[in-house]
Structures are given as structure tokens and as C-alpha cells.
Design a protein around this ligand. Sequence first.
Ligand code: CO
Length: 188
Amino acid sequence: MMINNDTIVKDTDPSVRRKSVPVTLPLSEEDKTILKEMYQYVLDSTDEEKAKELNLRPAVGISAIQIGIPKQLTAVVVHEIDKNDQEVTYAYMLANPRITSRSVQKAYLENGEGCLSVPEEHEGYVVRNARVTVKGYDLLSDQEVTIRARGYFAIVLQHELDHFNGVLFYDHIDPANPKPEVPGALVI
Ligand code: CO
């Protein structure tokens, strides 16, 4: 399948609101292929030349519903600077990931979120949990994983897992108060 900015399901198509179902484990070859192709999309999308040549919008994550497949599959590649100023990369090809715990502390991106399925900008804070624990099967490492994510990476995971429920980032924005005060929130 060809994943590019023309084939990605946009929010004008109600199918992006469908709920995704868990996949059976061990993964079928078909499901492995879906994960690998989504992962490759994310990698290529942040390569300037490839993105231009292949018509890719830069992304840190993509979920299967965005390519028209309502299965709980998502690929994420996030580069961050850790507390010690070291660059760290979080890369996963997840099947059936679920959030098993959330911090009380909230977090949001100061400049708001974006999404491959959302061509238009939606201003406002998407207030999420600052830390989440996610469990699921990761094809990249071929094992069940427990991910303890914080900050930007935690936001990315929550954004992708929202897609499994047909939820888009701007659903979390109150148009009457798009930039609320969030006491104690981690602002990124
Ligand atoms: Co998205």
C-alpha cells in the first residue's frame, strides 16, 4: 500500500472516526506489514528529500485507522532531549497498546498539536496527562513492552491511542476557551 498525503484518511471522511479493534497475537503477516509500512512512513516523512519526493507530511506517529484500517496498530518515532542533554529516540511499532496508568499532572504543547488526518490548523491547548504507562506488543523489539513515557513522548502516545477511539486532537479543545489555565501543567 502506498502511504502518502493523498492516501491518508482526512477528517472530512467519517471513517477516521471508526473505533479500532485489537489484533490477534502473534501478529499475522498482514498486520506486521501494516506496522512496518506505517513505521517506514514516519521515518521517511522526517527525511526532507524523501518527504518531498514521496509527498509525505512530517509526522512522529501514525495509526492504522489513518490508512483506512480499523485495527489497534500504531507506529511512533520520537526524538527528544533528555534531562542530561542527550538525544534519545523512542521508536515503536505497537499492537494493542493501552494506557495502564496516568499521572495527575497535566501537559500540553504550547503551539498545539497537529495530525496527518487534519489538514487545517486548530489553535488551542490539548490538555493531556504529563506521564502515562503504556503496555502492548512491540514488533520492533518483538516483545511485550511497558513504556513509561513523559512529556512530549507521552503526548504523542496519547494522541495516537485516541485514534483507536476515533478521537482527534481538536476534540479536546474547548472553542469557548481554547487556551485555558492549567495549574501545575507541564508546558512543552
Ligand atoms: Co493524528
